[in-house]
Design a protein. Structure first.
Length: 193
């Protein structure tokens, strides 16, 4: 009996080992079938992330390119109008030099050209810097002279030598001006009296 028992036990152990092997094989097959699915999901997430970054990079590139193009246009406009404002200066001087008693038709033509030119500058965003009677501001004015003036506040612009211009809040050329200063009272003169 003990021989039968041993062989039965052996068969039971074999069957038990085989069933464990079958279970392990089934578990391995399940794991192997899940792994490709998990890998596919990971790959999908990875490529989706790459696509999203590429799309964001493209949007950033377009924005940056648009900003650079606008900056180039603005700089070109500034460069061109920096040269053009000298023509406005010349036309202004021409109009100022016309005698008041002149009835010449050409003087009316020059005045008309100046007016049209100033309108063109205005349409393009080029503005004169209003300076006369204003306080001197080194951001917009260049003081060429200081003049004693008892009637004006110290630091007030009393004369414009050359007009200043700005375009879209950027300075094209500072106004060249004469600035008032209070005359110095000489102490020596007071002591003599």
């Amino acid at each position: 009996m003990s021989g039968v028992d041993v062989s039965e036990e052996y068969e039971i152990e074999n069957e038990s080992e085989e069933s464990e092997n079958v279970e392990e094989n089934l578990q391995n097959e399940i794991n192997e079938s899940v792994d490709p699915l998990e890998e596919a999901l990971k790959d999908r997430d990875h490529y989706k992330s790459i696509a999203q970054r590429a799309q964001a990079d493209l949007v950033n590139y377009r924005t940056r390119a648009s900003q650079e193009l606008e900056e180039t246009r603005r700089n070109l406009k500034i460069s061109i109008f920096h040269r053009v404002i000298s023509v406005a200066d010349d036309l202004s001087r021409a109009v100022e030099s016309i005698p008041e008693d002149s009835d010449a038709q050409w003087s009316d033509g020059v005045k008309l050209v100046l007016r049209n030119f100033e309108n063109f500058l205005d349409i393009e965003g080029v503005k004169k810097i209003e300076s006369l009677g204003k306080e001197f501001d080194p951001n917009f004015h260049e003081a060429l002279m200081y003049e004693d003036d008892e009637t004006s506040e110290d630091g007030t612009i009393i004369s414009i030598i050359q007009e200043g211009y700005q375009i879209d809040d950027k300075l094209l050329r500072p106004a060249r001006v004469v600035v008032a200063k209070k005359p110095e009272i000489k102490i020596e003169q007071e002591e003599e009296e």
